[in-house]
Design a protein around this ligand. Structure first.
Ligand SMILES: C[S@@+](CC[C@H](N)C(=O)[O-])C[C@H]1O[C@@H](n2cnc3c(N)ncnc32)[C@H](O)[C@@H]1O
Length: 308
C-alpha cells in the first residue's frame, strides 16, 4: 500500500484503549441482535477485513458454530501476530485464521469465497474506502452480505457525559470544535473519514451492493458506569484510556489533523489542559467508585447484499 498511515494501532498507547473499547462496543447480551442483522448461522465462512488483533472473530465464532470459519486480513504484522497468539490461547486454531494482506487488493483471495465479509472501524481510516468495499464485494458469493461497522466520532464526542465534567459547556464547545477540526483534517490529509457511519449506504451503493441498510447503535445497552453498578467493560475502557503511564494519548497524536484543518494552537492547548485535569479527577472518581458516566460509541452497522 502506497498510502501514508496516520495511526499505528500496534503501538502500546493505542492498543490498550482500543482493545478495551472493543469490550464495550459489543456485549454478550448484544450478540443475538448482531447475529440477526448479519444473518449469522452455522457453517458460515466469514472474511474479517482489517481484523487487527482478531477481536471480532472471537466474538462472532460462537454464532457460526458448528462448522463456521473466519479468515482475518490485516497489513499490520504485529497485530496479526497478537491475533494468532490469542487464537492459540483460546483453543481456536484452524477456525479463525489470520493472514497478512492489504484489504484494498487481496489478489490471492478467490472471488465468491465467503458468505459474508465484515469490517469494523477500518473504512474510516482509508482515503478510498470504496476500494476495500469493492474487494469485500468481490470475495463474497452472490446473495451474501457485506457488513461495515463504522463510527461517527463527532457523534461519540458529543454524547460523552459524566459527573466530573458536569455541565461545563465551554469545554463541550471546545470538544466539539476540536473533533470537527480533527475530522476535517483527516479528510484533507487523506487519513480517512471519521464521520463515515452516515455515508456507508452511499458508499455501498456506489460499489454495486444492493439494498444497503444502516442501523445506528443497534445494541440494547451502550455503556453506563455508576458508583453502584459500574459496568466493568466500560470501566476498563476508561481506565485504559486514562492510563497516566501512556507516553502519548491517542488524542494528542491527532494534533496534525487538527492543525491541517486550521485549528488554533490556543484552542488545542486549552482543550488538552482541561482534559488532562478532568482525566485526573475522573481517574480518582473511578477508583473511589463515585464516577458516573455514559457515552455512546455511535456505531453505524451497514449491510449491503451482493446481487445473486
Ligand atoms: C481500528 S483497527 C480495527 C481492528 C478491528 N477491526 C477491530 O475492530 O478491533 C483498524 C485496522 O485496520 C487495519 N488496516 C488499515 N488499513 C488497512 C489495509 N489497507 N489493509 C489491511 N488492513 C488495514 C489496521 O492495521 C488496523 O488493524
Amino acid at each position: 500500500m502506497s498510502e501514508r498511515r496516520f495511526v499505528d494501532f500496534g503501538r502500546g498507547h493505542w492498543f490498550g484503549p482500543l482493545e478495551a473499547s472493543r469490550r464495550f462496543f459489543w456485549d454478550v447480551a448484544d450478540l443475538p441482535r448482531l447475529a440477526e442483522l448479519l444473518e449469522l448461522g452455522p457453517g458460515l465462512r466469514i472474511a474479517d477485513f482489517g481484523c487487527g488483533w482478531g477481536y471480532l472473530g472471537h466474538l462472532l465464532l460462537p454464532l457460526i458454530d458448528p462448522g463456521g470459519r473466519i479468515d482475518g486480513f490485516d497489513l499490520d504484522e504485529e497485530l496479526i501476530a497478537r491475533a494468532r497468539e490469542r487464537c492459540v490461547e483460546a483453543g481456536l486454531r484452524g477456525r479463525v485464521v489470520f493472514h497478512s494482506g492489504d484489504i484494498t487488493c487481496l489478489d490471492e483471495v478467490a472471488d465468491d469465497r465467503y458468505d459474508l465479509a465484515i469490517c469494523q472501524t477500518v473504512l474510516m481510516h482509508l482515503s478510498r474506502p470504496e476500494e476495500a468495499l469493492s474487494e469485500m464485494l468481490r470475495v463474497v458469493r452472490p446473495g451474501g452480505l457485506v457488513v461495515a461497522i463504522e463510527p461517527d466520532l463527532l457523534g461519540s464526542a458529543a454524547s460523552q457525559r459524566d459527573n466530573i465534567e458536569a455541565d461545563d459547556f465551554e469545554h463541550l464547545r471546545d470538544r466539539l470544535a476540536v473533533h470537527s477540526y480533527i475530522a476535517q483534517g483527516a479528510l484533507l490529509l487523506g487519513a480517512g473519514d471519521y464521520r463515515i457511519a452516515g455515508r456507508l449506504p452511499q458508499l455501498m451503493e456506489a460499489v454495486g451492493l444492493e439494498a444497503p441498510q444502516l442501523w445506528f447503535n443497534p445494541v440494547g445497552r451502550q455503556c453506563l458506569a455508576s458508583g453502584a453498578g459500574l459496568d466493568q467493560n466500560y470501566a476498563s475502557f476508561l481506565l485504559a484510556s486514562l492510563e497516566e503511564s501512556a507516553p502519548q494519548s491517542p488524542l494528542e497524536e491527532q494534533q496534525p489533523l487538527f492543525a491541517a484543518a486550521g485549528g488554533s494552537a490556543e484552542l488545542w492547548s486549552r482543550f488538552l489542559r482541561r482534559e488532562r485535569q478532568l482525566d485526573r479527577e475522573r481517574m480518582n472518581a473511578l477508583r473511589e467508585g463515585r464516577y458516573q458516566s455514559a457515552m455512546s460509541p455511535q456505531l453505524g452497522v451497514c449491510t449491503g447484499r451482493v446481487s445473486s
